[in-house]
Design a protein around this ligand. Structure first.
Ligand code: FES
Length: 146
């Protein structure tokens, strides 16, 4: 008689545990579902200060790094406007080199050539080099890397 009472209590206890586990799983699944329906809106990262405009040399690019550590060249155009060009080749991702005398970018991997603006001129690349938005405020240069 006593054993039957223990079995009943054990079953009731296991029933409660099962119901609690099911409730926790349902709540978790609900949260995941809500996350898919209403994804978190991420703010665009702020432009980063990289240097003073007066620090950019006139005849050669200033080498800086983006937020992933990739080389970016900050260049002063003839009109005084700044541009920032990534050095990852748009063909297969090799690093391009700027040739200041020819005012071109050359890729050593498959002889791709880009003009001073980063547009493909010859070789296999079809897409331009990546250009980052540049802002100048009170003589300070900011670049939007993302
Ligand atoms: S990776 Fe640059 S030309 Fe192929």
């Amino acid at each position: 008689m006593e054993k039957k009472g223990v079995d009943t209590e054990r079953r009731r206890f296991l029933g409660w545990i099962s119901a609690a586990a099911a409730a926790v799983l349902a709540a978790f699944a609900g949260l995941v579902g809500v996350g898919f329906l209403y994804p978190i809106k991420r703010r665009k990262p702020r432009p980063l200060f990289v240097c003073l405009k007066s620090e950019v040399p006139k005849n050669q690019p200033l080498e800086i790094k983006d937020t992933r550590g990739r080389k970016v060249l900050l260049m002063l155009k003839t009109g005084g406007e700044l541009m920032a060009i990534g050095t990852v080749c748009s063909h297969l991702g090799c690093t391009v080199f700027y040739r200041p005398k020819k005012k071109i970018f050359e890729c050593p991997c498959h002889s791709g050539v880009f003009d001073q603006e980063g547009n493909p001129v010859s070789g296999p690349p079809q897409e331009p080099l990546h250009r980052y938005p540049v802002m100048v405020k009170q003589g300070k240069v900011f670049i939007q890397f993302a």
